[in-house]
Design a binder for this molecule. Structure first.
Ligand code: NAD
Ligand code: WQD
Length: 341
C-alpha cells in the first residue's frame, strides 16, 4: 500500500479517484486551492469510505508550501489533476491558463526532484489528438494541432513530462488521456459541481432536468454522423477513477514512461445521450437543435486496447449507469456542494 498525493484532488475526478484509492487500501493526501472545488467533496469521500484523507489548502505553484507538504509526508507517487479546464474560458484568458496549468506542473516536478519522489501520473486529455488524427485515437499517433489554449496546455505539459522522463530515467511518468468523463459515485454524495453555466453536456442536461436551466441547445445536427450530432466517448467517472488505481499499481511496480487512453472505445451521439437520460430517469429534458459550436469535432473516441493489455483495466459501466448516476447526484444536490442532500 502506498501514499499517493493528489494535486487538485478535491475536484470532480480527484474526489472519485480518492474513493477508489482509499478502498484499495492506499493513503491519500490532497493538496488543493479550492479554486474550482470545495473541501466538502473530501468530507463526503471520508463519509463514503470511512477513511481519512490528509488535506492541505495550498496552491500547487507555491514551491515553499509544497516542499513542506512533501517533507511532512513520505510520498510514493503523485497524481496531477490540478488545472483550469474550461475550454471557452481558456480562449478568453489564455495567459491564466498557461500560467496555472504549466506552473503547477513545473513546481510539482521541481519539488518531486528535491524530495526524491519518482512517480507521476498526469490528467491529460483526448483533446491532444487534435483535428488531424482519424478516430479511433491510438496512443502511438502524433499529438495534433489543438483548437484552444486549454488543449495546448495539455499538449505542452505532456511534452514537459516526456522531456523530464527522458533526462531522468529514474522518473516514471504515465500520461492518462481522458475522453469524456460523466456520471457520479453511486451514493449520489459526490459528483460534478461546475461553477456558473456548465460548458459540458452532462451537467447542462442535469441542470435542465432539475429546473435550473430552461433548455439545452444541441450544438449542430448536420455533422456527418448517424443522427447528425457529434459523437463522443463518454466514460463513467468511477470507471475512470478505477483506471487511476490500476495506473498507480503499474507505476509503483515499473520504471515507465507511457501514454494511456482512458475511454470506453464506444461513441455515442448527443441525441443518444439526451434520449438515454430521459428514458432511464423518466424525466424530460427540454432541448432544441442550434448552431454548431466553434472547435467541436464530429467524432472523438478511443481505441482503449492499451489500458486493457497494460493495466488490465476495462470499463464496466453502461451509458444507462452514467445517466442514472449523473441524475442521482444532481437531484440529491441541486446546488452542488452548497446544498445539503
Ligand atoms: P476540477 O476543476 O473539478 O478539478 C481540478 C482541481 O484542481 C480543482 O479542485 C481545483 O480547485 C484544483 N486546482 C486548480 N488549480 C490549482 C492550483 N494552482 N493549485 C491547487 N489546486 C488547483 O476538474 P476535473 O474535471 O476533476 O479534472 C481534473 C483534471 O483532469 C484536470 O487537469 C482536467 O484538465 C483534466 N481533464 C478533465 C476532463 C473532464 O472532462 N472533466 C477531461 C480531460 C482531462
Ligand atoms: C460534448 C458534446 C458538444 C454542451 C470537452 C473538452 C475536452 C475534455 C472534455 C476537459 C459536444 C455537445 C455540449 C451543450 C451540446 N476536457 N454539447 N450542448 O467538447 O467533447 O470535450 O470536455 O477537461 O478537452 O473539449 O465535451 O461535454 O463540452 O461536449 O450539444 O450545451 O456535447 O457540441 O458534441 P467536449 P462537452
Amino acid at each position: 500500500m502506498a501514499r499517493i498525493l493528489l494535486a487538485g484532488g478535491a475536484g470532480y475526478i480527484g474526489s472519485h479517484t480518492a474513493v477508489e484509492l482509499l478502498n484499495a487500501g492506499h493513503d491519500v493526501i490532497v493538496v488543493d486551492n479550492y479554486s474550482n472545488s470545495s473541501p466538502e467533496s473530501l468530507r463526503r469521500v471520508e463519509q463514503i469510505t470511512g477513511k481519512q484523507i490528509k488535506q492541505y489548502e495550498a496552491d500547487i505553484r507555491n514551491h515553499e508550501k509544497l516542499t513542506a507538504i512533501f517533507r511532512e509526508n513520505k510520498i510514493d507517487a503523485v497524481i496531477h489533476f490540478a488545472g483550469l479546464k474550461a475550454v471557452g474560458e481558456s480562449v478568453q484568458k489564455p495567459v491564466s491558463y498557461y500560467r496555472n496549468n504549466i506552473d503547477t506542473t513545473l513546481t510539482l516536478l521541481e519539488v518531486m526532484q528535491e524530495c526524491d519522489v519518482k512517480k507521476i501520473i498526469f490528467s491529460s486529455s483526448a483533446t491532444v489528438y487534435g483535428e488531424e488524427n482519424p478516430v479511433p485515437y491510438v496512443e502511438t499517433m502524433k499529438r495534433g494541432v489543438c483548437t484552444n489554449p486549454y488543449g495546448w496546455t495539455k499538449a505542452m505539459i505532456e511534452q514537459i513530462l516526456e522531456d523530464a522522463a527522458k533526462a531522468n530515467p529514474s522518473l516514471s511518468v504515465i500520461l492518462l488521456r481522458y475522453f469524456n468523463p460523466i456520471g457520479a459515485h453511486e451514493s449520489g454524495m459526490i459528483g460534478e459541481d461546475p461553477m456558473g453555466i456548465p460548458n459540458n453536456l452532462m451537467p447542462y442536461v442535469t441542470q435542465v432536468a432539475v429546473g435550473k436551466r430552461e433548455c439545452l441547445t444541441i450544438f449542430g445536427n448536420d455533422y456527418p454522423t448517424k443522427d447528425g450530432t457529434c459523437l463522443r466517448d463518454y466514460i463513467h467517472v468511477v470507471d475512470l477513477a478505477k483506471g487511476h488505481v490500476k495506473a498507480i499499481t503499474y507505476i509503483l511496480d515499473h520504471c515507465c514512461n507511457e501514454i494511456i487512453n482512458l475511454g470506453t472505445g464506444t461513441p455515442y451521439s448527443v441525441t443518444e445521450i439526451v434520449e438515454t437520460f430521459e428514458a432511464v430517469n423518466h424525466i424530460r429534458v427540454n432541448h432544441v437543435y442550434g448552431e454548431r459550436r466553434a472547435g467541436d469535432l464530429p467524432a472523438c473516441y478511443a481505441n482503449a486496447d492499451k489500458a486493457h493489455t497494460m493495466l488490465g483495466w476495462k470499463t464496466e459501466k453502461t451509458l444507462a449507469d452514467m445517466c442514472r448516476d449523473s441524475w442521482n447526484w444532481q437531484k440529491n444536490n441541486p446546488n452542488g456542494y452548497n446544498s445539503k442532500s
